[in-house]
Design a protein around this ligand. Structure first.
Ligand code: PYC
Length: 319
């Protein structure tokens, strides 16, 4: 007989999806990261409690697609909540679909009402507006293009050219390619994007200050007149974003603005691989591009994760 521990550890979560992309919000039972700015707490999470990340988002409880969001006390007194986002392989600076999911989840629980809610993240403060309609607008961190038209030799695919931009995470944005952006071509798109990411690494092509470019964003024409563009986004752990990607849309709008193709107040409708759309726009303040993204999320589960001491995979299947 296995020696059964009386009280397995429980983690209270609420799951949602935003435009098809899932978020798991950890309400309680997560790691104690102490106090201080969220960037410091993220480092504590990474260095001392990374196994909790795996327990929450990896199989058998989670999947490669799932993004986790740890609810924290904010350090900044002007903020209402703090959030650290993470995935199957590590941590995210910001997450657009995840922020929308967090706000809808907190509204579902009756913890917040329509209005503006300030969220502290490791890379800055975002304002989330919960509308009476249930839609959410995220006013993201300042976004910018760091390099334009960067070419890289991608083994098996040849020369690929793209822009490098920050939208809360680092993106390499590619317009010219031959693969249709449809679900039928997801494997090809994944192979192409993964090969680009590896080629960027091998060529030491990075974001500002040597930051790794860990999101690859491929663009194509929209499927119909309801959007301006369609994308496929490969996330750091090789899962593709089911949503149009909030930080990726922010990076895209920063590039469009840099090219003189998007003015403050213009609406940019970014369609994702599931045909769902984020509606974006920018403000420009003190020379900084401030993107906003609007979308909808739906709660899919309220549950407790159970970490049974006898379960060999209680901390997730670590790749
Ligand atoms: O919506 O920003 C986003 C995002 C990043 C990774 C997955 N979704």
């Amino acid at each position: 007989m296995p020696n059964r521990e009386a009280q397995p550890h429980r983690i209270q979560v609420i799951d949602s999806h935003t435009a098809g992309e899932p978020t798991r919000l950890v309400l309680s039972g997560g790691p104690d990261l102490g106090s201080g700015p969220l960037s410091e707490r993220l480092e504590r999470f990474r260095l001392q409690h990374d196994i909790f990340r795996s327990a929450i988002v990896n199989e058998p409880r989670g999947s490669d697609v799932l993004v986790g969001a740890l609810l924290c006390e904010p350090h900044d007194p002007t903020c209402d909540i703090g959030i650290i986002f993470f995935n199957n392989v590590g941590y995210l600076g910001m997450c657009g679909h995840g922020s929308i999911g967090v706000i809808v989840s907190l509204a579902w629980l009756g913890r917040i009402r329509p209005g503006i809610h300030r969220i502290e993240t490791p890379v800055g403060i975002v304002n989330a507006t919960l509308h009476e309609s249930g839609e959410v607008t995220i006013a993201n961190v300042p976004s910018y293009r760091s390099r334009c038209g960067v070419s890289v030799d991608v083994p098996g695919f040849g020369k690929v050219t793209g822009d490098i931009a920050w939208g809360g995470n680092w993106f390499y944005l590619v317009e010219q390619h031959r693969i249709p952006l449809t679900l039928q071509h997801v494997n090809e798109l994944t192979d192409f994007s993964w090969a680009i990411r590896q080629a960027l690494n091998a060529s030491a092509i990075t974001g500002t200050d040597g930051a790794e470019i860990d999101h690859i964003e491929i663009f194509g024409p929209p499927s119909n007149g309801h959007a301006d563009s369609r994308n496929f986004v490969l996330c750091p752990g090789k899962a593709y974003d089911r949503s149009p990607c909030g930080t990726g849309t922010s990076a895209k709008m920063a590039c469009l603005h840099a090219d003189g193709k998007l003015k403050p107040g213009d609406i940019w409708r970014q369609e994702g691989i599931l045909d769902t759309v984020f509606e974006g726009s920018i403000e420009v303040r003190d020379g900084q591009v401030l993107p906003s993204i609007t979308g909808s999320a739906y709660v899919t589960a309220e549950s407790s994760l159970v970490l049974d001491a006898n379960d060999p995979f209680r901390m997730g299947i670590v790749p």
